[in-house]
Design a protein around this ligand. Structure first.
Ligand code: FCB
Length: 422
């Protein structure tokens, strides 16, 4: 796999990009993230209130999506904006999403809609967030309304994005809202998210039957590779515990045997961690680090394409449902290694497909630079560069490469020469 060579993907493979409402829309002053950022909890002080101003500029952004030859686009809905008080829905916000979804479909871009992506209304936070009994019922009321108003425009759904990452940052590290470090509440939140996902899964399918259409429903799981730092039994044990608590538990309970609770496995893959044993149970017996001398992105995350192959082989052998790469990308302000990153990861997909594993979609994170949670506006994950002062979007070189990749469903020799001959 060292040498870069042309490769081809199947004719029905779908390429797209992914975003989340809070990270791009702007105008959000009702969510947990707005309040958290206002209280000074992001690195550069930025909050989601402006972001990419996509709420206003969505038509311009649809042109960017089309210019990438996207077959699909993964977008999120902003629950905080849509349900400003418990049980009170904002019809104008729903109408806005109707317009956006219709326009996507008219442009021939299949929407994949995320119903929960790290953000919720501040009233939900103040009532106790996901650890509270009744949290799932609140969210499911929102989901029902979404199905009623937008259900005719959407076939493909992600119920919850990265439940593991959300709960770990919110309740183990305490770096995300509500900044409440409590293992007990981590487990309560996990239990409620698992149940809420299963109910949403059932509900979305019942709704599709009623409409005589189909639905494809899954979770976007954040998966990493965990490798032992040293060839020691205790480091291997630490990997197992880390992996179970941070991903296998969620995969198992949100997918179910034979995909009972998921029609696809959504995989967000970015990196790997080396794990070293610690006797401290509060750290889950593992301390994570980056492999010595490994290539890293602007945030110091290891760039490890082989990990995508390893993760997916392992989860597919357990669950045997189709796999969508619902996120993969890198923070690279100068666009120095993004093209190689995309090539190297998508090539692993070609390898998985050659092994008979049905990986059917790839969503690059992200369409454009955006608000990166507690990191603020610093990291640059976009195929398009965003100037936050003027809101001008400019395609990076990697956007051109990606648009050709999506059009060809292949990397040709010409593309290698144009983009990767350095
Ligand atoms: C993932 C999140 C996404 C984005 C990327 C960089 O964990 O789902 O919102 O922040 O990381």
């Amino acid at each position: 796999m060292r040498e870069r060579e042309p490769f081809v993907l199947p004719d029905d493979f779908l390429f797209g990009t992914a975003t989340a409402a809070t990270q791009i829309e702007g105008g959000d002053t009702r969510s947990n993230w707005y309040h958290w950022a206002r209280a000074g909890n992001t690195k550069d002080g930025a909050g989601p209130e402006t972001a990419c101003d996509h709420w206003i500029r969505w038509q311009e952004d649809l042109d960017l999506i089309a210019a990438l030859n996207s077959h699909s686009y993964r977008l999120g809905l902003d629950w905080a904006r849509m349900e400003p008080a418990p049980g009170v829905f904002d019809d104008a916000a729903f109408a806005h999403y109707r317009e956006e979804l219709k326009a996507l479909r008219e442009a021939g871009v299949e929407p994949l809609v995320t119903l929960y992506h790290f953000a919720h209304p501040q009233w939900f936070e103040e009532a106790g967030g996901w650890p509270r009994r009744g949290a799932g019922a609140d969210w499911l009321r929102f989901v029902s309304r979404v199905l009623e108003v937008l259900g005719d425009l959407v076939t493909d759904w992600i119920t919850i994005n990265e439940p593991n990452v959300y709960l770990i940052f919110a309740h183990v590290f305490g770096e995300w809202p509500p900044g409440d470090r409590s293992i007990l509440r981590f487990f309560r939140g996990a239990r409620h998210m698992v149940r809420a996902h299963r109910e949403a899964y059932t509900h979305i399918h019942a709704d599709a039957v009623r409409r005589s259409t189909i639905a494809r429903v899954g979770v976007a799981h954040h998966l990493r590779v965990f490798d032992p730092l040293r060839p020691l039994l205790r480091d291997r044990f630490a990997c197992k515990v880390t992996s179970y608590l941070s991903q296998d538990f969620f995969l198992k309970n949100m997918t179910g045997v034979g995909g009972r609770w998921a029609d696809f496995l959504g995989v967000n893959y970015y990196s790997r961690d080396m794990v070293r044993f610690t006797a401290d149970p509060a750290s889950g017996f593992g301390v994570r680090s980056v492999a010595a001398g490994a290539p890293v992105n602007d945030l110091g995350w290891e760039i490890y394409p082989e990990g995508l192959y390893r993760c997916i082989r392992s989860v597919y052998s357990r669950y045997r449902v189709p796999v969508y790469i619902t996120e993969n990308g890198t923070s690279d302000a100068n666009d120095q290694f993004r093209i190689a990153y995309i090539y190297d990861h998508v090539r692993q997909i070609a390898r998985l497909i050659a092994d008979g594993i049905p990986v059917t979609r790839y969503y690059h994170w992200s369409l454009m630079d955006n608000f990166e949670w507690a990191e603020g506006n610093g990291p640059r994950f976009g195929l398009y560069n965003v100037d936050y002062g003027t809101q001008e979007r400019r395609p990076r070189e990697s956007a051109r490469f990606y648009s050709e990749l999506a059009r060809e469903r292949a990397v040709t020799r010409d593309m290698l020469e144009t983009y990767l001959s350095y």
